[in-house]
Design a protein around this ligand. Structure first.
Ligand code: HEC
Length: 136
């Protein structure tokens, strides 16, 4: 009887340890990806391809690459311009999201700039903070 209980207790300990190890090893979903799904994908699509002539693409967007310096402000205060993305004009305004924190913007930036074939250098917190100082 005592042996049986000991085996049960030991198994419980082993299972708990395994569960803890598994939890720390499997990384949590990237915050940028999650925020993108929640805040951007309904317009720009999960694929980053946008929606016809209404919503510009983020995947392989020349505008995205050329306007890296303005990215943080685009998210904070929006974009209300006529812009050209890969040769196509867009003029539907995009609303800003003033409640996004600096860290959330960094994570969204890194997701957008490094997904769907996009390849850009990692954004740092310092870079985003600097951009936000100059928002209009
Ligand atoms: C309600 C729809 C909508 C949502 C939600 C939205 N956008 Fe946009 N986005 C647009 C439109 C429309 C434009 C074009 C704005 C213009 O012409 O001034 C745009 C333009 C852009 C651009 C510049 C053009 C390009 O394609 O490179 C970027 C970058 C961008 N959005 C990123 C994002 C990110 C990141 C999010 C989520 C935090 C987001 N947008 C959420 C509609 C949206």
């Amino acid at each position: 009887m005592a042996v049986k209980i000991r085996i049960i207790v030991l198994s419980a300990i082993v299972i708990t340890i395994l569960a803890l190890v598994f939890r720390t090893c499997s990384s949590p979903p990237h915050q940028g990806e999650k925020l993108y799904s929640e805040l951007c994908a309904n317009c720009h699509m999960e694929s980053g391809k946008g929606l016809g002539k209404a919503i510009p693409p983020l995947a392989n967007s020349d505008y995205l690459v050329q306007n890296r310096d303005a990215f943080a402000c685009m998210l904070r205060t929006g974009l209300h311009d006529t812009i050209k993305v890969n040769g196509v004009s867009y003029d539907t305004p995009m609303e800003g999201n003033p409640t996004l924190t600096e860290v959330q913007i960094v994570n969204i930036a890194n997701y957008v700039y490094q997904s769907w074939g996009n390849q850009a250098e990692e954004f740092t917190l310092g870079e985003v903070q600097k951009q936000l100082e100059n928002c209009e």
